[in-house]
Every structure is written in structure tokens, then in C-alpha cells.
Design a protein around this ligand. Structure first.
Ligand code: GLN
Length: 312
């Protein structure tokens, strides 16, 4: 019976890919030229189970920058580096209902609302330990390597473009600096944030990263631990409530899985103890979520009964 389920997973991803290939809604991110020139036709879907089985279809080898999906993993490293209580004093866990790039802090605590929006991610990145900028970057890249199971690189032209144009992000860092909520070396923290956004992955990498979270922090392909198991629930909780920005509530209602999207058009979704889902399709809706990615996850959740609170 299990074998039948597995072979049907491949046909399910193939059917969904076929069904949504023709969906042409949305626009590719265009705030930097490197992202604007990406073809809206690119489309890949990948499932990786906690047993390390891989099911995928579409533009599987296509590399793209991870963008906001990186926020999930940097948050995990910050928790490991600083501990839960320390991190909580710097970044909250409350959904915003605002856009991912809103320049806003919690009135009372002066913290960014949560680590899944830009302000919170910049604060999180600034918590990564290391003697200097190089060591911090290397520790971050090492962390990504554990999740994907192979070497990763930063797309230098995306990084330099983000840095040259990232004045909104810079404004958030200045606002936090104004309240003494971030270390004074904000340009260094911003660099690290732009670098983490520019880490290159493919769709299977996304699914393996999600599967690692589904598998209590152990990469199911390499068998190596990427994250202390105690922090998996922290990460999945903020992904569930905040991972899809101001679409998080509707997503939680419909799809019912912890997830994270990025302006590259990637989405990861985690089915705890079962599998990781990765979708890549660059056209975004108005909230910055991949149009086809949202559809594919909605359908996967429905067909496979993945909603976490689906108990009947
Ligand atoms: N690099 C992007 C930014 O900081 C990431 C945002 C995103 O993927 N939502 O604006």
C-alpha cells in the first residue's frame, strides 16, 4: 500500500505541474534587474519525504536566489547562537498583517513584529555570532550547507544590486538603531542580510530544507543534523503564523502548513514528520507570494489531506 502512495506522489506532482503551467497571473519581482529578467515560465515542484524519497517535476536544475526563505534558517541559527529568551527580546513572534517590507516596529517593545518580515529578519541576522563579517558569513553559509546537503554560493550580482538599492531595508535598520535594538554596525548586518537573500538554490534544495524541518532538524538525505531539535517548533510556529506575510491567515486556514515564501518565487511548506514541499515559479501576487506556488500547495494539501488540523 505504501508503495502505491509513493508512486502516486510522483503522478500528483506531475498532474499539478501540468494543471498550473498555463496559469499566467502575477508579475516577476522587478525591484532589481537581476530578478526582473527571470522568465515567468519557470516552474518546478519537488517533494522530499523524511525517508529521503524525492519526487519532482519541471525546471529542477534551475538556480535562483533564496530571498526571504532564508529568514527561516537564519532564525534557527540565531536561536542556537543566543537562545530563545535572548532572541525574543530582539524579535517578536506576532504576525503583522502588513507587507513584508513595512517599516514598522512594535509600539511598546520597539521590536520588529516577527522574524519572517524584513525588519525582523535584519534584526535576526544581526544576532548571528562570529569574530568578524567573514566569519559570520561563513557560519551562515555552513548552516545553509547543512540544510541542502551540499555547497552553496552567493549570487554576487544579486547581492550587490540588493545592497545598492536596499534603502527601505536600511531605513528599518536605522529605525531599530534609533531604539538601540540593533548593534551600531548596521551596514555589516545589512550586508549579511543581503548575502543570505542571495544564496542560490534550486527547487529540490528548497524541498530538502523543508524536509529537514519536517524531520526534527535532521537532513533526510545526508542524515546529518542541521538544527538542534529543540528549536524546530519555534521555527515552525512563526512560519505558520507569519511565513506568508499578510496572507498568513488565509494560508493557515486553507493550506494548514508552516510555510515561507520569497520574492524569487520560491515557497517551502513543512509537513511535520512526513515531508517537505518546495515550489518555484517567479510570478508573484500582490503580497509577494508565488501565484503558482500558492495554488500548488493548496492543491497538495487538499489532495493529500495535509492540513494540520484536518482530523476527520
Ligand atoms: N531581498 C528581499 C528584500 O529584502 C527579500 C524580500 C522577500 O523575499 N520577500 O526586500
Amino acid at each position: 500500500e505504501d508503495l502505491q502512495v509513493l508512486s502516486s506522489l510522483q503522478s500528483i506532482v506531475e498532474d499539478l505541474h501540468c494543471q498550473y503551467k498555463s496559469l499566467q497571473k502575477g508579475v516577476v519581482a522587478n525591484y532589481i534587474p537581476e530578478l526582473a529578467k527571470v522568465s515567468p515560465d519557470l516552474f518546478a515542484v519537488c517533494l522530499v519525504t523524511v525517508d529521503g524519497e524525492v519526487y519532482q517535476i519541471g525546471d529542477r536544475d534551475r538556480l535562483f536566489t533564496i530571498q526571504s526563505i532564508s529568514k527561516v534558517f537564519t532564525y534557527g541559527l540565531a536561536l542556537e547562537d543566543r537562545g530563545r529568551d535572548d532572541v525574543l527580546t530582539r524579535v517578536g513572534v506576532e504576525p503583522t498583517g502588513d507587507a513584508f517590507n513595512a517599516i514598522i516596529l512594535d509600539e511598546q517593545s520597539k521590536r520588529p513584529y516577527n522574524p519572517m518580515v524584513n525588519a525582523g529578519a535584519i534584526a535576526t541576522t544581526s544576532l548571528i555570532k562570529g569574530a568578524d563579517a567573514t566569519e559570520r558569513l561563513n557560519r551562515l553559509l555552513e548552516m545553509f550547507r547543512r540544510y541542502v546537503g551540499h555547497d552553496v554560493f552567493v549570487d554576487i550580482s544579486v547581492f550587490t544590486s540588493e545592497r545598492a538599492t536596499g534603502h527601505r531595508n536600511r531605513a528599518m535598520a536605522h529605525l531599530m538603531l534609533n531604539f538601540g535594538m540593533i548593534q551600531p554596525n548596521i551596514e555589516e548586518s545589512l550586508d549579511l542580510y543581503f548575502q543570505q537573500c542571495a544564496v542560490m538554490v534550486n527547487c529540490q534544495d528548497l524541498a530538502v530544507m523543508a524536509a529537514t524541518l519536517a524531520n526534527k532538524g535532521v537532513n533526510p538525505i545526508t542524515g546529518k543534523r542541521a538544527l538542534q531539535s529543540t528549536y524546530v517548533k519555534d521555527i515552525l510556529s512563526v512560519m505558520y503564523t507569519c511565513g506568508m506575510y499578510n496572507f498568513a491567515g488565509e494560508w493557515a486556514y486553507k493550506v494548514g502548513l508552516p510555510a515561507k515564501s520569497g520574492v524569487c518565487g520560491g515557497i517551502i511548506a513543512v509537513v511535520p514528520n512526513k515531508m517537505g514541499i518546495g515550489v518555484f515559479s517567479p510570478s508573484l501576487d500582490q503580497r509577494g507570494n508565488s501565484v503558482r506556488g500558492v495554488k500548488v500547495c493548496e492543491e497538495l494539501s487538499r489532495i493529500l489531506g495535509l492540513h494540520l488540523f484536518d482530523c476527520c
